[in-house]
Write a protein of this length. Structure first.
Length: 253
């Protein structure tokens, strides 16, 4: 069974990678990589992702403006995302992030809702970023009952995970599931079950054991699958198959 990474950034502004985006995709393919979902954080990398996805089979672009760019993004950037949305599999990553500051809360809420409207208009799923803002995020998602998607890099409670699943969202599980202190995510995975999760890396960030502290790569999603299999007392191949099916379902492939 091939690997599926539902969330990675191969266009990386922090320059953590030593390889080009194309080299990363080729490395992924050479290491049992199947479906790869490359995610945007602003208009520029969303454009690049769209071009890369056209070059490789089973590589899919997700386009959007991350909340950290709420203040710096323009109307033209939103228009770019809307244009790219026609060929993308989803809008993302979008959402709210109040971890560092809430000074831009108004702008974050505004750009989040505008991108939810794009998703609703083009009948696209969404990839949601949420940090220290779970209830406000859920409140906005409830305004768009016809839009579904993935709660990326989930870090909330099992109760919120259950609520999101009831709203039609998958829970994105990445490398932090391998960290010793992540009790909440372990509880959430057990609460919602394999039928409601997808696997991701968020590479180049949040590298799983045994490579924690080094640059993450899409192929390390196998360590996430192994941990989930251990937690749910399943075979790794079964985890890979079901979570791939979940990704196909939520992203309409």
């Amino acid at each position: 069974m091939k690997l599926t990474d539902t969330h990675c950034h191969i266009i990386d502004d922090s320059e953590k990678y030593t390889q080009s985006p194309e080299e990363l995709v080729k490395e992924w393919k050479e290491n049992n990589g199947g479906m790869l979902f490359i995610v945007g954080t602003h208009a520029e990398d969303s454009v690049q992702n769209s071009e890369i996805a056209k070059k490789f089979p089973n590589v899919y672009s997700i386009v959007g403006i991350h909340p950290q760019y709420a203040l710096s993004s323009t109307l033209q950037d939103l228009q770019t995302i809307e244009e790219l949305a026609k060929d993308a599999v989803a809008i993302g990553e979008i959402g709210l992030d109040f971890y560092y500051t809430k000074n831009d809360e108004k702008e974050q809420l505004e750009i989040f809702e505008k991108q939810m409207e794009i998703a609703n208009k083009y009948k696209k799923p969404v990839c949601i970023h949420c940090r220290d803002a779970i209830q406000k995020t859920i409140d906005i998602l409830k305004k768009y009952p016809n839009v579904h998607g993935v709660m990326h890099c989930y870090g909330g409670s099992k109760e919120s995970a259950r609520e999101l699943v009831s709203m039609g969202y998958m829970i994105g599980v990445g490398g932090i599931i391998t960290f010793k202190n992540n009790v909440k995510l372990v509880e959430s995975v057990k609460e919602v079950g394999i039928e409601n999760i997808v696997l991701e890396t968020d590479s180049p960030y949040l590298t799983p054991k045994p490579y924690r502290g080094k640059t993450n790569k899409p192929m390390y999603v196998k360590y996430v699958a192994e941990k989930v299999a251990d937690l749910l007392d399943m075979e790794v191949e079964e985890v890979l198959k079901i979570t791939q099916d979940n990704a196909c379902k939520i992203y309409k492939l």
